[in-house]
Design a protein around this ligand. Structure first.
Ligand SMILES: [Zn+2]
Length: 325
């Protein structure tokens, strides 16, 4: 019986996904997905590889999951490109899973094979409550392949040889996770002589940024400054352009009002959270909806309130210190 693999190229049609350095996420995800399909079909037998889209078409997240469910897929992979000021590779499985479940073991295999091919910062094996992971019935993974808005990462994403490496790593990982049989003698890439290793790269080994914040669970200048550094926005430790609301009252007392316009670093935060599956208005205002998204992203209780101290700020401080935000 053949194994059914569904590849989901993220975004498409009216939804370009993240954009930067002249690149659009929806084009890259389709390009990589087609390469994964080709590599799987060229090198393994007993498989049926399906794609949620093969052209520039818009699909809702639920349509993508329903497609995989309706085909009784054995494995679902949703290809994405990251944005928001970091660098490197990370992968997600649903929050209901852990490293001991079948999904978690598949994540370990696919993530590690991808990392072997692409030689970038490993941002870790993560979990999130993304719709395509939540609504699919089978083992499901969502890799975020490099940062479209990071010059060094974008330079790689412009090279078809790099897109091919990303695709091959994932295809090999999928094959291992599903125990696929290699095609015999069919001119598979395994039978080709190995290309000579290229020169060790030195231009993209920037370590993950780490902070040394005191974990006191209180949002103050140091946290703002760390976020400004994380997002490469001007560092002054001040959240400018904030309106008075429950959140800013908790931070500054209810005497403060900063006028409208929003803050650059909060806009960057909102854009970053949107790349993680949220749908925030990018207005630069740190209000309850942004706090709620941050709480959900960091896996802390979600109530939209930023008290002093608060659990979500403690987790944010820990993640900024560990370089895993
Ligand atoms: Zn995406």
């Amino acid at each position: 019986m053949s194994k059914i693999i569904v590849i989901d190229p993220g975004h498409g049609g009216s939804d370009p996904g993240a954009q930067g350095n002249g690149l659009r996420e929806k084009d890259l995800t389709l390009n990589i997905s087609k390469r994964i399909r080709k590599y799987l079909e060229d090198n393994y037998e007993g498989i049926k590889v399906l794609m949620t889209r093969t052209n520039d078409k818009y699909l809702t997240l639920s349509q993508r999951a329903q497609f995989a469910n309706s085909k009784s897929a054995d494995l679902f992979i949703s290809i994405h490109i990251n944005a928001g000021g970091g660098t490197g590779y990370e992968s997600f499985i649903h929050t209901s899973q852990n490293s001991n479940t079948a999904t978690g073991k598949m994540q370990t295999t696919v993530h590690n094979e991808a990392m072997k091919k692409i030689n970038v910062v490993d941002r870790g094996k993560k979990r999130a409550n993304f719709a395509v992971l939540r609504e699919t019935n089978m083992r499901a993974i969502l890799p975020e392949n490099l940062f479209i808005d990071r010059k060094e990462d974008a330079a790689k994403l412009k090279e078809s040889s790099e897109l091919q490496k990303i695709a091959e790593g994932h295809a090999i990982g999928i094959a291992k996770a599903l125990g696929l049989k290699s095609k015999k003698g069919g001119g598979t890439s395994q039978s080709k002589p190995k290309p000579k290793p290229s020169k060790p790269a030195t231009d993209h080994t920037k370590p993950t940024q780490k902070e040394s914040l005191t974990v006191d669970s209180k949002w103050g200048r140091a946290v703002t400054r760390a976020l400004q550094s994380f997002f490469d926005t001007p560092e002054d430790g001040i959240l400018s352009g904030q309106l008075r609301n429950g959140v800013t009252n908790a931070l500054y007392g209810n005497t403060a009002s900063f006028g409208g316009g929003g803050s650059v670093v909060i806009k960057a935060l909102q854009r970053y959270l949107n790349t993680k599956g949220f749908n925030l208005t990018v207005d630069g205002l740190l209000g309850p909806s942004t706090v709620r998204a941050l709480q959900s992203y960091l896996g802390t209780p979600v109530d939209g309130v930023l008290s002093r101290p608060s659990v979500v700020v403690g987790e944010l401080q820990r993640r900024l210190n560990a370089g895993t935000f």
